[in-house]
Design a protein around this ligand. Structure first.
Ligand code: MIG
Length: 770
């Protein structure tokens, strides 16, 4: 290689490094974020990063014989004449170092005849030799201690090291196991900890892509893509939290949900075949005093699975029916699939056809595949006009009283074979194909739905999506698709939700009890316990599997289930505060211990515990038959919620966990809001709030607004700072008073007494009752 052509230009935080007629562009977004771009002539529109994120940043560029060196306060990037990239942190610790050796193929000695035999016995063999064919790849050194997190909804364990993954959204009905390389979502954010130092790599490319995180070799890890530009962001920072925050800085945070969205939701495929069944379910919730916010309506409420229709043979008066449920405190969330039935007598199909809103074959005809309605066309959601059209039609459901929309099958799933890569779709204002648009199909559907709901109602929209891309968290909560009633899937729910949280999806959940297969009393009980703090809190099951409502297994399960639903409601104000913090810090609500304790090596592979914010640690039972478990407590002092017993951390304790117990530990010196155990979350403000002290002294900032609309953005919210000092002095400061629904009474529960505060109108403050 001649080094004479190795040079750089530097303009407005963009450094272009050129060598032998190739160039890489480094855009300095902020000190901790540098974008790396190589032009392959493909679309540069980002679905994940909306708007310009660049902030004025101090940086320096220099060149020595071997490297161009870009330096910010947080990162040093060194580029050599082969355009290989090395990254160091502010203290010169290596974060991302190019691997100079050759890839070592695993399958190199297996010839195709041999592969054929292996396949004919039913084993899977890679069709192409990974090491032999990629469009481009990023190949980096792997250290012995390197750990990986993130990547969205991938199966398996918290730490992704040693596995390979694909980014290609699929509908996967088989039981999800850790050898699966991809599920419904493509979130190409990789967090690494190398020699104790955190970094992130976000590959913003919607084409099919691949990670090998040390499967092929323990010496390197690889990212490769089938197409698209080389486009990735290097994320740095002092802590893993900083790096996760970089990612949500780029792709956005989950917007503040409505308060009721944090409550309990019941679903089952089949409920909405019959309004009587729905009523029966609501009756039972009332009869057994179980809290309930919403019932989800699966595909059966529609007329022959036609989207934006309601089967009036089944529901004579959908609006009246939904209104009657709403009066009982229960909302309805109907489902929408993307497939629009090919039916000349169906207005949505006709309209879409006339306006050219469906994906097309290469020859210009409408692309048709079979889904629930039969032969169907697929809206071209990458086209902003199509999104507006879809959003506008959501009004049909909202006018009937729907409180949100569940978007399913948006990978998109198809029954008659996969949608070919060359199906013609739109990339905003440019023609494109499914090859590029597939992985953002669900993203764009969720975005269309979010905006449709927002325009029609002015409330914070509730969308639940199955397929997603990086950034979808701005528009939708997500569930993890068709899990099964298997202990293994209960176990997996923890790392899966934790990695989704790190990947921006702070608001996510799994089908509690399991979707497919038959749950058992014990599994259902342990599931409602383990999912206690799952942001999305929904029990859902498939047609034909054993019923799994809280009461079907008799009194013991019902009583335990109710106890945990009530406990969940106690934590809703805390969860709501966590969401408020999430909108400001970009950090997830439900999170792996490694996020809070990145220097504690014990927690780097912790799959069966999780934290909620910074102060709650949860260690559920996720094994059949188990009634005791080791609980690892990280540094500090911890107080068991149940018993009040205090433990010192950095060690394992043995917890006895009979079937009706969930080990929850509160970090010592925490004040925590303690909500009411209501059966339905009211639209009216709570008149009273309680704060509980765990430990001796603490300060806590609590947020309150109407929990419904966007007026908080205009200042209509309250902020309370509650503090207790070690000598028992207790204070409440109303830091911001913009919402007229302030609490009238606030109780602070200390260890030995309760201090009651009353709101005093005249002084606009809280005064301790004598
Ligand atoms: O092909 O609408 O993941 O939650 O109940 C199945 C029926 C389609 C898959 C979803 C599931 C939903 C089901 N759907």
């Amino acid at each position: 290689m001649t080094t004479s052509s190795f040079e750089f230009t530097d303009k407005n935080q963009q450094v272009e490094v050129t060598s032998a007629n190739k160039s890489l562009t480094f855009s300095i977004v902020k000190p901790e974020i540098i974008q790396v771009f190589q032009d392959y002539g493909k679309s540069t529109h980002s679905y994940a990063v909306e708007g310009d994120k660049t902030v004025d940043t101090k940086y320096a560029v220099s060149k020595d014989a071997d490297h161009v060196i870009i330096k910010t306060d947080a990162l040093t990037v060194k580029v050599d004449a082969d355009l290989h990239v090395d990254v160091y942190d502010q203290d010169n610790h290596p974060l991302v170092i190019h691997y100079d050796g050759q890839r070592e193929s695993i399958n190199q000695n297996i010839d195709s005849a041999h592969k054929k035999i292996v396949r004919s016995e039913g084993h899977e063999v890679a069709a192409v030799d990974e090491a032999s064919k990629t469009y481009y790849e990023v190949l980096n050194q792997l250290d012995d201690d390197e750990q990986f997190y993130g990547l969205g909804d991938k199966t398996g364990f918290l730490n992704k090291r040693g596995y390979e993954y694909d980014n290609w959204n699929v509908d996967e009905p088989r039981p999800h196991i850790e050898t699966f390389t991809h599920l419904y979502k493509s979130i190409p954010i990789l967090f690494g900890i190398k020699q104790g130092h955190p970094y992130g790599l976000f590959f913003d490319n919607t084409y099919r892509s691949h990670f090998d995180l040390g499967k092929e070799s323990a010496k390197y890890y690889v990212y490769s893509a089938d197409d698209g530009n080389l486009n990735y962001y290097i994320l740095g920072g002092r802590t893993l939290k900083d790096v996760v925050a970089d990612y949500t800085y780029l792709t956005g945070v989950v917007p503040l949900p409505q308060r009721w969205m944090l409550g309990y939701q019941q679903s089952r495929w089949g409920y909405s075949m019959d309004p009587k069944r729905v009523e029966e379910i609501v009756d039972k919730f009332e009869q057994y005093h179980l809290p309930l916010e919403a019932i989800h309506f699966d595909i059966d409420y529609m007329k022959g699975y036609r989207v934006f229709t309601w089967d009036t043979d089944k529901f004579a008066d959908p609006k009246g029916f939904l209104t009657s449920l709403r009066k009982r405190g229960v909302r309805v969330i109907p489902i929408l699939d993307p497939g629009v039935k090919q039916d000349d007598d169906y207005d949505i199909y006709q309209e879409g056809l006339k306006k050219g809103y469906f994906a097309k074959n290469k020859d210009g005809s409408v692309y048709i595949n079979r889904v629930w309605p039969g032969k169907s066309a697929f809206p071209d959601f990458g086209n902003p006009d199509v999104r507006k059209w879809w959003g506008k039609h959501c009004k049909f459901l909202l006018d009937k009283g729907a409180a949100g929309i569940w978007t399913d099958m948006n990978e998109p799933a198809t029954f008659d074979g996969d949608m070919p890569d060359d199906v013609v779709m739109t990339d905003e204002d440019q023609p494109s194909t499914a090859k590029m648009m597939h992985n953002v199909y669900g993203h764009n559907m969720a975005k269309a739905t979010y905006n449709g709901i927002k325009d029609a109602t002015g409330k914070r929209p509730y969308v639940i999506t199955r397929a997603a891309y990086a950034g979808t968290q701005k528009y939708s909560t997500a569930w993890t698709g068709d899990n099964q009633s298997l202990w293994h899937h209960l176990q997996m729910s923890i790392p899966q939700l934790c990695n989704l949280g790190l990947s921006g999806f702070s608001y996510a959940g799994t089908d509690i009890g399991g979707f497919s297969a038959d749950t058992t009393p014990e599994l259902l009980t342990r599931w409602i316990e383990a999912a206690l703090f799952s942001p999305l809190f929904r029990n859902h099951s498939a047609l034909q599997v054993r019923n799994q409502e809280p009461w079907v297994f008799g009194k013991q399960v019902l009583d335990i289930y109710r106890k945990f639903l009530n406990l969940r409601y106690r934590f809703i104000p805390y969860l709501y505060d966590c969401f408020k913090n999430e909108t400001e810090t970009g950090l997830p609500v439900m999170r792996p211990l490694v996020l809070n304790y990145p220097d504690d090596e014990t927690v780097r592979n912790m799959n069966d515990e999780y934290m909620v914010g910074d102060n709650i640690l949860v260690a559920p039972i996720v094994q059949q038959g188990q009634t005791a478990r080791a609980v690892y407590l990280p540094e500090g002092e911890w107080i068991a919620l149940d018993s009040g017993v205090q433990y010192s951390g950095r060690t394992n304790i043995l917890a006895n966990v009979p079937i009706d117990k969930l080990p929850v530990f509160i970090k010592k010196d925490t004040l925590m809001p303690w909500g009411q155990a209501v059966e339905h979350i009211s639209d009216k403000p709570d008149t009273k709030m309680t704060f509980r002290l765990f430990g001796n002294a603490a300060t806590y900032t609590h947020y309150q607004d109407d929990g419904i609309d966007f007026n908080y953005q205009k200042g209509e919210y309250n902020q309370y700072v509650v503090s207790v000092t070690a000598d028992g002095n207790c204070q409440i400061k109303l830091d911001h008073h913009g919402y007229a629904g302030q609490y009238q009474t606030i109780d602070v529960q200390l260890n030995d007494r309760v201090v009651e505060f009353k709101f005093d109108d005249k002084s606009d403050s809280y005064v301790a009752a004598k």
